[in-house]
Design a protein. Sequence first.
Length: 378
Amino acid sequence: MNAHQSLAIGQPIAPPEAISPAATASDAMVRFEAISKTYPAYRGKPGVNALENIDFAIPRGSITGVIGRSGAGKSSLVRLINGLEKPTTGRVIVDNRDISALAGRELRLAQRSIGMIFQHFNLLSSRTAADNIALPLEIAGWAKADIKARVAELLALVGIADKHDRYPSELSGGQKQRVGIARALATRPDVLLSDEATSALDPQTTRAILDLLANINRELGVTIVLITHEMSVVRQLAREVVVLDAGHVVESGHVADIFTHPKHPITQSFLAEVIGDSLPVSLASRIVAEPAAGGQAVIRVQVRGAGAGDTLVARLARELGLDVSLLSARIDEIGGQHVGSLTLGIPLGISGGEDAVTRTLAWLSQYQFPAERLGYVA
Ligand SMILES: Nc1ncnc2c1ncn2[C@@H]1O[C@H](COP(=O)(O)OP(=O)(O)OP(=O)(O)O)[C@@H](O)[C@H]1O
C-alpha cells in the first residue's frame, strides 16, 4: 500500500493541469493559437495590448469559465471567438475552422453556430418574446411555419412557454435572460458565449439561469464559454477555468484543482471573495501574528474528494500523538468534486515551541494536502 492508498480522507490533490495541452487536438471546440490583440492608437489615445500570447483550448462539450477583472481582456477574447474582432497575430479555430480568416457570407454562416447572451439581454423592445427569438431564424431565411414550431420549442426549453406574446418591458430580468438564451439557441449553435449573463440578476435568479445553462449543456451538448468577473459563477457552473489578467492567461485548469491549488495572486484574490475561504468572524478576530506560550498555531488545510477531511483530524492526532483541535470546517461541491478547507489548532509547547507545528506541516506535505499557517490563537 502506498502513502496515498492508506488515506481514508479523500484524494490527495494532483497538481493543476493546464487546459491547453490536453485539449489542443481535435477535441477542442475553440482553440486560441498564439493570439495577440492590439487596438491601435486613436485620436491621441495610446494603443492597447488587450491580449498577448494567448494559447489555450476550450474542450468540446465543456462549460469553461473565463474570469478576469475589468479590462483583463475577456470581451476581446469573446469577440475573437465569434469573429466580431480579428486577432492582430495568431488564429482562432472554432470547430476546426479558422474563424479569424473568414469574412462576408462565410463568416455570417459560421456565426450561426455561435450563440451569445449578454448582461443586459439586448432584446428588441418592440418585439414580443416569441418575435425576439424568431429574429435569427428570419435572418437565416427559415420558412414561417418552421419558425413558429421552433420558437414554441425554444420557449418551452427555457421554461417560459406562457410568455410567448409578452414584450420585454412585461418580463422580469430572469425571464428576459431566458428569452435571450432561447434566441441564442435558435439556430442550434455548437457554442454558446455568455458575456456576464447573470451580472444584472439577483442571486436566486442567477442560480436558476445557471441551472438552465447546465441543463442546456447536458442535454444539447452545447459548449458554453462563460465570461465573468465572479468566482461564484465559475464555481456554480464551470468544470474548466481560465484566469485572465492584463491580457495574459495566468492560470488555467480544472475548477476543482484551481480552487484547491490557486497559484497566481489574482486567482487567490478571486477565491478569497467566495465564502468557502472565509473564516468564522469569531475565529478570524482571535488570530494574531505572534505565538503565545500554551496557545495554538492555526493551520488551514485544503482537502478534496468524497469524504474529504472526514478522518484527517483523527489521523493526525493518532499518528503524531497530538491534541489537534478542529477550529472550523467547510466542504463545498465545486466542479463536481467535494472541495473544502479545515482550520486546525495545533498546540504550541509550554514555552511557545513549534515542534508540533513543524511535524504537522511535514505530515500534511507528505500526504500532499496544501496547508498554510494563518497565525496563532491564545
Ligand atoms: N475597441 C476598442 N478600442 C480600444 N481599446 C479597447 C477596445 N476594446 C477594448 N479595449 C481595451 O482593451 C482592454 C481589454 O478590454 P476588454 O473589454 O476586452 O476587457 P474586459 O475584461 O472585458 O473588461 P470589462 O470586464 O470591463 O468589460 C482594455 O484596456 C480596454 O480599454
